[in-house]
Design a protein around this ligand. Structure first.
Ligand code: FMN
Length: 450
């Protein structure tokens, strides 16, 4: 039987000048204003996309590599996506909005209150993409950055703390009884809340110390009414975090049956170890469609990408230098990377994306970058170039392997949304893969509907 799949959209370059250098900038949208996102969010909702995730990093990165990050706007500037969310809620009715939050940058009490406010404002359509990047540490204190796993430990402590604040109003604490209207129209006996049922919450942890209770309303459905937690870390520690804590895990992995099943099994093992229901953790595999109108056009694009010129390789090196906060443009294209080039703060996932299955010690940089330049066909699972029908085949096949959904990865612009979805959505609907109606109860209810 065809299995329905969830669709997410990932605005991969954050709330910034994403799309810089592309022709669609000529549409004259201003990335600092809401219209671009509002129009795109409406189109996503119309298409049946469950959630829009907005990438973020609070920092422009280390002082030595700032120019690499801003030169082509690969790594900034970026505005705070939490503050964009209300514009998108106001323009839609069902779409989940999920900005990225880094626990290093937000105190648990402040975070719990802001996120609760957004969850109430949106009628339960809010979520946060919880990340553990430590490259921004210097903006928040003079303590040295945490190591990779320690940053996950901190994120877990942060989330536990935030949840304890969200749960600091016991059942019955919110009364909201206006009382009775007596003779003469005077109101008597009303009571809004019972302060005796608010828990003090005293948190003294390794990374945070704060007291409650939270000065914000509790959620009507208890824990099921809390903002949805999304996580993207692909390391062993990242998958363990997802299984224990997340409603949605964003997965970047080759889309072979074995790797998809392995990835899901690791997340599920961690969920099981934490006593969670496996169907409460949805895994969305990232796909970056390059849609073309015919298989022949796809073959032409793929063939042309096999021999990238040096200019193309330098452009990729610039983008990678921004992502890895490591200056690849200063290296010799024909030599392997120097040992110890990447600091501990650099994402394992990003390094793996560059290196792939190559031997880091012996492979020239040209070959690594050439690997990123090379396009492949979706039809044989070597890349992302294909027709809408071929993408629908992939999404359907993922469902046959037990998968929950896919994450469409790209800029957010009406042009990119329509280019990606105009043909794909009708095919998915005809095959019964894509939702045709919304659940009642916000983002978590939509995620749990299938
Ligand atoms: C789909 C996806 C989305 C991501 N979004 C962000 C993001 O918005 N901000 C960020 O700092 N890192 C983001 N990351 C990177 C990981 O969260 C980051 O590498 C993490 O801190 C450590 O990951 P690791 O467990 O893979 O080593 C994303 C990764 C993936 C695969």
């Amino acid at each position: 039987m065809t299995r329905q799949q969830h669709l997410g959209w990932f605005l991969a370059r954050g709330f910034g000048p994403h799309g810089w250098g592309h022709d669609y900038l000529d549409w004259n949208y201003d990335w600092t204003r809401p219209d671009l996102y509002v129009e795109s969010a409406r189109a996503l909702e119309q298409a049946g996309v469950d959630l829009l995730i907005i990438e973020d990093a609070p920092s422009l990165g280390s002082p030595e590599t700032i120019d690499l990050r801003v030169r082509q706007a690969f790594g900034g500037p970026k505005h705070d996506p939490l503050l964009l969310a209300p514009y998108l809620f106001a323009a839609t009715q069902h779409l989940g909005i999920v900005p990225t939050v880094n626990p290093a940058a937000v105190l648990p009490y402040t975070g719990a209150r802001q996120l609760a406010t957004l969850q109430h404002l949106s009628g339960g359509r809010f979520g946060l993409n919880l990340v553990t990047d430590t490259g921004s540490a210097r903006h928040f204190s003079d303590a040295p950055p945490l190591g990779h796993d320690a940053a996950y430990d901190r994120a877990e402590e942060w989330l536990d703390g935030v949840r304890s604040l969200w749960r600091s109003w016991d059942d019955g604490a919110l009364i909201a009884d206006p009382g009775a209207v007596g003779p003469g129209g005077t109101r008597t006996g009303g009571r809004y809340a019972d302060g005796g049922l608010l828990r003090p919450v005293r948190h003294r942890g390794e990374h945070f110390a704060f007291d409650g209770p939270l000065n914000a309303l509790p959620f009507a459905d208890g824990a099921d009414g809390e903002p949805v937690i999304v996580s993207p870390g692909g390391s062993g520690r990242g998958l363990a975090f997802a299984g224990a804590n997340s409603d949605v895990q964003l997965a970047l992995t080759p889309l072979t049956e074995r790797s998809v099943r392995d990835y899901r099994a690791k997340v599920h093992a961690a969920a099981r170890a934490s006593g969670r229901a496996l169907e409460h953790v949805k895994v969305l595999f990232a796909i970056k469609p390059v849609l073309v109108s015919s298989p022949q056009e796809a073959d032409r694009l793929v063939a042309a990408s096999a021999n990238p010129d040096d200019g193309t390789l330098w452009r990729i090196a610039e983008q990678q230098s921004s992502d890895l906060e490591t200056d690849l443009t200063a290296l010799d294209l024909d030599k392997p990377l120097p040992t110890g080039l990447f600091g501990d703060h650099v994402s394992h996932g990003s390094i793996k994306r560059l290196v792939g299955e190559h031997d880091l010690a012996t492979t020239p940089l040209r070959v690594l970058l050439g690997g990123l330049a090379r396009l492949g066909r979706i039809a044989d699972r070597t890349g992302w170039v294909g027709t809408a029908g071929e993408f629908a085949d992939l999404i359907e096949e993922l469902g046959e392997w037990g998968n929950d959904g896919v994450l469409l990865w790209g800029d957010l612009h009406p042009v990119t949304v329509h280019r990606t979805l105009d043909e794909l959505v009708p095919i998915l609907r005809r095959r019964g893969i894509l939702r045709t109606e919304w659940a009642d109860g916000g983002l978590r209810a939509n995620l749990r509907a299938f």
